[in-house]
Ligand binder design. Structure first.
Ligand SMILES: Nc1ncnc2c1ncn2[C@@H]1O[C@H](COP(=O)(O)OP(=O)(O)O)[C@@H](O)[C@H]1O
Ligand SMILES: [Mg+2]
Length: 273
């Protein structure tokens, strides 16, 4: 706690009491690339928090650091109070990646039983979780179907059920709706809303700006930097734009001109030395 409050600039206040995720001055570099460049943010209990940014803006890198895959280069990331990476967090968080983790020759139920067993679920408890997650994604009637013969959209719904089998209170979704048809995208957001109403805190990344309004708060990322963070309504209002595509461009341009102003200042002060 002391180390956190020692560095309390406006963008890096101590974590809120109900923050499940707390990121401070996080830098993650790959060689010369700063995939994350001094990012500070909190995700509060009960929120659906969106990470918005184009390809390469650092969304996956942030989620991977929060999952404990790869340590920060500098700064810190806390999940459920633990400074990441920390193995103790795994049993309490759910994660759905873009890549399928399902076994196509096993049935829906067998897949979920496999993932449940990884988390130590057995017997009646496991059966109850399988029923509950399949109901959530409207697949109760497909429990005995082999995953390999399901449609892509249904497989993605099974992946979501698998990420939820151990009843995590915090869920990380990395571009969960990429490459799926518009109807299913809406359906997925309805599932996320249901989950959120059941008390699950969600961190979801997307580059589909029309999905932004379904989140309680948004962090806009660009080249690894946090360029804006607020509710969707406040971000739209402050930008003076009508939609998120335009608003994102507004914040991107603002960030660009701040960069060039900073470069000018640095250049000027260097000239005076
Ligand atoms: N393992 C890695 N090695 C080298 N560069 C990486 C690695 N992972 C990500 N990057 C780079 O970091 C930047 C951010 O990538 P990423 O987090 O995947 O963005 P996003 O998920 O927003 O598309 C990109 O420039 C990407 O090339
Ligand atoms: Mg990504």
């Amino acid at each position: 706690m002391a180390e956190l409050s020692a560095s309390s600039s406006a963008s890096a206040a101590p974590p809120a009491d109900d923050a499940l995720v707390s990121v401070r001055h996080l830098v993650k570099a790959f060689g010369k690339t700063r995939a994350l460049d001094d990012v500070s943010l909190d995700v509060n209990a009960g929120e659906t928090f969106g990470l918005i940014g184009p390809n390469g803006s650092g969304k996956t890198t942030l989620i991977r650091v929060l999952l404990g895959i790869g340590a920060p280069t500098s700064g810190e990331a806390r999940v459920l109070g633990y400074r990441m990476p920390d193995r103790r967090v795994a049993s309490q968080i759910g994660y759905m990646s873009q890549a399928s983790v399902l076994y196509s020759d096993l049935s829906v139920r067998e897949n979920l039983a496999f993932f449940g067993a990884l988390y130590g679920l057995r017997g009646a408890g496991l059966a109850a979780r399988i029923t509950a997650t399949l109901e959530l994604v409207d697949l109760a009637d497909r429990r005995d179907t082999a995953v390999g013969v399901l449609s892509g959209g249904m497989r993605q719904r099974v992946s979501l059920a698998a990420a939820l089998i151990h009843q995590p209170r915090l869920l990380f979704l990395d571009e969960p709706t990429v490459g799926i048809d518009p109807e299913l995208r809406l359906q997925f957001w309805d599932y996320f809303e249901r989950l959120n109403q059941q008390g699950v805190t969600i961190l979801v990344s997307t580059h589909a700006l029309d999905e932004a309004k379904r989140c309680h708060r948004l962090a806009l990322l660009r080249f690894g930097k946090l360029i804006a963070l607020d509710t969707p309504a406040a971000l739209l209002l402050a930008s003076g734009q009508e939609d998120f595509d335009q608003a994102f461009l507004y914040y991107a341009r603002r960030d660009e001109s701040a960069d060039s102003a900073a470069a000018t200042v640095a250049h000027t002060s260097a000239a005076h030395e």
